[in-house]
Design a binder for this molecule. Structure first.
Ligand code: MRU
Length: 414
């Protein structure tokens, strides 16, 4: 059973329920939080209890659906939210303001913005709350189902593309890959994007080694490229790599070794098996292919170029911003100083590494200061990798490489 960032019970379209895994408590504590309103959606997204561009868009859309449902079931205190469904045009204006508020939760990942644009149209086209609830329900279910199906498609596309290019190069044998942040089940509706490709490569590797055992008894086995190891980066300061990706890898027994962000170059240089690729996700890919992703991605791409390692961006069409021309136009979110100056974790016994438990028998989560409190810090959540450093952009619709002029032609995705 793969990890679920979002639990969505859709069996009754007028009474859905949504629970979000509190990713701030992982890997030691698994706790789901209920979401009922746009305010709740905003809060879990802003605090990064749910994170990852596709998961943010899904929780955002679900929180809008939940808010229409509350109005439908007349649970809303009218004055608290200034909704008055008896005057539809006033209601529409107010509801669109609420969508703008939700959008302000995290500005860089474009998936939320793309999905709220569609919801905005649905609000404008609807003539009553029943109709609006119905339309947003259909849209949200589709968003979630498409995300999962597209992840599997892009992951298989990416795995095949790498294995074919290694075969063309004549590379045979075991290899390793790098990844940053968390782009797996926890960041999506399931399977993942960049981590999805790694999952697909691992499946391929397992099936090749099973075939090898069978064949070895009767005939000589031809050596083939197999991914046998993953190096996830810790991904300071929020540690999505060490807390989340490492967790997903251990849950699925995919062999991996966690490395600090500062050891990439040395790991590549000294790795016992060749590192052949880096797979990263994206928060926003603009028209020329420049890509916003987790802080540290740009330096990873530069190091990969230095060592001749292929650097791939893996993302769904919903991560494309077809308006912004290049990376200079992307707004990069800056997070609070405390997310850098304090490390959040679970208290553990240093000898056993087992969590210390509270009186309620729950792991104790704590914040630990690691800087002088008065120091100023700069804490951007993302950086922009320029398209010249990217080998290919892998999507559910295929793998996009650059033309002879070094340009990506992404028009078919717009
Ligand atoms: O700040 P986060 O954790 O939301 O950042 C997440 C990333 O940068 C991911 O790489 C990106 O959203 C793609 S997730 C499939």
């Amino acid at each position: 059973m793969s990890l679920e960032a979002i639990k969505f019970d859709r069996s009754n379209k007028k009474n859905v329920s949504v629970r979000v895994l509190d990713q701030l408590l992982l890997p030691y504590t698994t706790k789901y939080l209920s979401v009922y309103t746009i305010d709740d959606g905003y809060a879990v997204i802003k605090s990064m209890q749910v994170r990852g561009a596709p998961a943010i868009a899904i929780v955002g859309a679900l929180s809008v659906l939940l808010e229409t449902q509350l109005m439908l079931n007349d649970h809303f205190v009218k004055n608290q939210y200034f909704y008055d469904t008896s005057n539809w045009s006033n209601f529409q204006t107010r509801f669109l303001e609420r969508l703008d508020f939700l959008l302000s939760s995290r500005p860089t990942a474009v998936n939320l913005s793309n999905s709220l644009k569609i919801i905005n149209m649905l609000v404008k086209k609807s003539t009553n709350i029943d109709e609006l609830n119905d339309k947003i329900y259909q849209y949200t279910c589709q968003l979630i189902d498409d995300d999962l199906n597209n992840n599997i498609k892009m992951s298989d596309n990416g795995a095949k593309f790498l294995l074919d290019s290694l075969a063309k190069e004549g590379f045979e044998g075991e290899f390793a890959v790098l990844t940053i942040c968390n782009t797996g089940s926890l960041a999506t509706s399931g399977y993942g994007t960049a981590l999805g490709v790694i999952r697909s490569l691992w499946k391929d590797s397992v099936s090749k080694s099973e075939r090898k055992v069978k064949k070895a008894k009767t005939e000589t086995v031809e050596p083939k490229a197999r991914m046998t190891h993953v190096y996830p980066l810790e991904t300071r300061p929020y540690n999505q790599g060490s807390r989340l990706t490492a967790y997903e890898l251990t849950q699925e027994n995919i062999p991996g070794t966690l490395i600090t962000d500062s050891s990439i170059a040395y790991r590549i240089k000294t790795c016992p098996i060749p590192i052949k690729a880096a797979f990263v996700g994206a928060d926003r890919i603009v028209r020329n292919g420049d890509t916003a992703n987790k802080i540290g991605t740009f330096q990873l791409a530069i190091i990969c170029k230095q060592f001749g390692i292929k650097f791939f961006v893996v993302a769904p069409k919903s991560t494309i911003d077809n308006i912004t021309e290049n990376g200079d136009g992307i707004i990069v979110e800056e997070r609070k100083a405390n997310e850098f100056k304090l490390v959040t974790g679970t208290l553990v016994d240093p000898n056993t590494e087992k969590p210390m438990l509270s009186e309620k028998n729950e792991p104790i989560s704590a914040k630990v200061g690691i800087t002088p409190p008065e120091i100023d810090v700069w804490n951007p959540a993302f950086d922009i990798t320029t398209h010249d450093l990217i080998e290919a952009i892998i999507t559910e619709e295929g793998v996009f490489t650059k033309d002879v002029n070094g340009e990506f032609n992404l028009e078919s995705l717009f």
